[in-house]
Ligand binder design. Structure first.
Ligand code: FE2
Length: 218
């Protein structure tokens, strides 16, 4: 199956006024699309041509395949990022994620402070993530295209902190973009879906899926 750009899970203007139509159009239609196009071109005629995007990311995570990994991981990270947000999102977490945040960080406020630090302190381009690491939550950041998908950690949420994610709307004010993400955009239901799948996978309950992550992109 040939890789295709997955559609945004909402309209281009659905995240306004926090993330503008102009930003989403460029970010999804140009940057994300370019990563998908490059991945498709690099796997053409290779054994990975019919693999899923997730399989390509995992298979290319070694130094000799840096170009393919960078393109494929960025394609996967972006699809996961779109799903990490929703119109009318943000605010306090719900469900099992809320319970684990309380257990790990002590409070929603402490979680938010650590998440903001991870996302704002990431030097240059990259991502901040909420992940499940064993049976506890962690906040991590990754550089450039790096992704927890190739580790034992299970991604639950992410925020893109490459400048192209926020510069048109916030200029250099990355902190304001991160604050808007937490207050108005983050989709806790998506985090709970990923958490539930990961916990079922750890308990060896058949998922009838290839992955313990809710977002599946071919
Ligand atoms: Fe991006």
């Amino acid at each position: 199956m040939s890789l295709t750009l997955p559609p945004l899970p909402y309209a281009l203007d659905a995240l306004e006024p926090h993330i503008s139509r102009r930003t989403l159009a460029a970010h999804h239609g140009y940057h994300h699309a370019a990563y998908v196009d490059r991945t498709r071109a690099l796997v053409r005629g290779t054994p990975l041509e019919s693999a899923s995007l997730e399989e390509i990311v995992r298979a290319s995570a070694e130094p000799r395949q840096k170009a393919l990994f960078n393109a494929a991981a960025q394609a996967w990270n972006h699809a996961f990022y779109w799903r990490s947000m929703r119109p009318g999102g943000g605010g306090d977490p719900r469900g099992e994620v809320a319970r684990l945040i309380g257990e790990r960080f002590g409070s929603q406020r402490a979680f938010s402070q650590e998440f903001v630090s991870a996302a704002s302190d990431q030097f240059g381009s990259g991502w901040a993530w909420l992940v499940l690491d064993g049976d506890r939550l962690q906040i991590i950041s990754t550089s450039n295209a790096e992704t927890p998908l190739i580790t034992s950690q299970v991604p639950l949420l992410t925020i893109d902190v490459w400048e192209h994610a926020y510069y048109l709307d916030f200029q250099q004010r990355r902190l304001d973009y991160i604050a808007a993400y937490l207050a108005h955009l983050v989709d806790w239901d998506f985090a709970n879906q990923n958490l539930s799948l990961a916990q079922r996978s750890q308990a060896r309950i058949p998922l009838h899926q290839e992955s313990a992550i809710a977002v599946q992109i071919r």
